[in-house]
Design a protein around this ligand. Structure first.
Ligand SMILES: Nc1nc2c(ncn2[C@@H]2O[C@H](COP(=O)(O)OP(=O)(O)OP(=O)(O)O)[C@@H](O)[C@H]2O)c(=O)[nH]1
Length: 399
């Protein structure tokens, strides 16, 4: 595990210009994504994003959580307005861009939890919620709409300085409907983004793909509606898209445990060797659109550290591969890496889309540990990425 180097970590969060718009002031100090490692994190409120396709079982999961014993005071945020639920009619946050602190009304729920509904998951809405925090809650669960792309929501929780100091992203949990997910992946069934996805001219990228590729935990729900063989097929397909996520199968969203599966995932402050090893186990590429790829290389020498960072920057910010200009177009959704250095230190890297964060720790890993970089994304051709990394580390490009 990586926690042993916490006393002398050197956070060096980097931010691409493409995401600068999320920051009100580009000169502001950028908060640390790996939030769990410092003292200040103790008082921060974790947020779990619950996402999943229409009807997959998100609300059923939230209801299940609220009736279970977890000893937490949870604020549930619903990111939608519906006619069906009375509480949603009562609650309004009209303008997410407003800087005025308009109190968000809460509705009491079971287990001492509270619920509110916001139209858009904006920084202002969450800040507003945090201002009212007091003793009201110590955990936030955010249920997104079925068509939300978690890759757009996740960066909000560490890019904004104010928010980053009060909240940290604990993890993304994606519910999928065992009966319909394959159809959703293949056809964009019922997907309003279908046209947009086709504009890409590549294999169809659906909302279901985006929700699976960004997930830290994937709950395959409604298993009562499929046979054992169908369930295995779904698991294999999802595993081929996201080799990093933990996968559980459920009926009525009844997860076997909450801790570590929905709550307190610590998905963004741990990069364990076991996780990366698992992703590298060569799951077959069953999905034509999104795959998980692992690059393995020896510990980096002093000169190679900045070259490696150049490789990451070019790949994530420019979506090109240094030294391999002919590589096919690609998109990176999620990235995790453990990179031992020859000086005995270790780089732990997390990324979502074009944002990534590097922490340097001591004492992690053994002498024999190789560096592992796991990438989840679209159009990733393993050999082009490997070639680019090898050439870049060898100093083929002056940086
Ligand atoms: N058969 C079956 N039905 C389920 C299961 N889980 C949930 N449902 C039902 O499926 C329907 C949709 O579940 P919800 O929890 O509302 O799904 P959701 O993801 O919140 O749906 P949206 O808010 O529309 O995106 C409800 O009628 C649930 O009772 C399950 O495991 N099996």
């Amino acid at each position: 595990m990586d926690g042993d180097g916490s006393d002398d970590e050197v956070p060096s969060l980097v931010q691409p210009e493409a995401n600068a718009k999320l920051n009100a002031d580009e000169d502001e100090e950028i908060p640390n994504l790996v939030a769990g490692l410092d003292d200040a994190a103790i008082s921060k409120v974790p947020i779990t994003i619950v996402t999943g396709y229409l009807g997959a079982g998100k609300t059923t999961l939230l209801n299940y959580i609220l009736t279970e014993q977890h000893g937490k005071k949870i604020a549930v945020i619903l990111n939608e307005f519906g006619d069906s639920i009375d509480i949603e009619k009562q609650l309004t946050v009209s303008d997410q861009n407003s800087t005025e602190a308009k109190p968000i009304p809460f509705v009491p729920l079971a287990n001492g939890c509270i619920c509110c509904s916001v139209k858009d998951i904006g920084v202002a809405a969450i800040e507003n919620l945090m201002e009212q925090r007091g003793e009201l809650f110590d955990y936030i669960l955010l249920e997104t709409t079925g068509l939300a792309d978690p890759g757009n929501i996740a960066p909000m929780f560490w890019l904004d300085d104010g928010l980053g100091s009060t909240i940290f992203l604990d993890g993304i949990v994606t519910l999928v409907d065992a009966k319909n997910v394959l159809k959703s992946l293949d056809e964009g069934y019922g997907d309003e983004k279908k046209e947009e996805a086709h504009d890409d001219h590549g294999p169809l990228l659906t909302t279901a793909h985006l929700q699976i590729s960004h997930a830290d935990v994937i709950i395959i729900n409604k298993t009562d509606l499929v046979s054992g063989a169908e369930r295995e097929k779904v698991v294999a397909r999802i595993r081929s898209i996201n080799g990093l996520a933990r996968i559980e199968t459920t009926t009525k969203s009844q997860v076997p445990q909450l801790e570590g599966l929905v709550l307190d995932l610590n998905a963004y402050n741990e990069v364990t060797d076991a996780d990366l090893d698992f992703a590298n186990k060569g799951h077959s590429h069953l999905d034509p659109t999104i795959t998980t790829t692992t690059l393995i290389f020896p510990p980096l020498g002093e000169d190679e550290v900045s070259r490696f960072d150049f490789f990451l920057r070019t790949m994530l910010w420019e979506e090109t591969l240094p030294n391999v200009p002919s590589a096919a177009p690609f998109e990176i959704h999620r990235l995790k890496a453990r990179v031992p250095l020859q000086n005995g230190r270790m780089l732990l890297i997390q990324g979502v889309r074009s944002i990534y964060d590097t922490n340097e720790v001591t004492g992690a890993g053994g002498d024999a540990e190789m560096a592992k970089l796991v990438l989840i994304g679209k159009g990733i051709d393993h050999s082009s990425f490997e070639q680019s990394l090898r050439l870049t580390l060898s100093g083929a490009t002056r940086i």
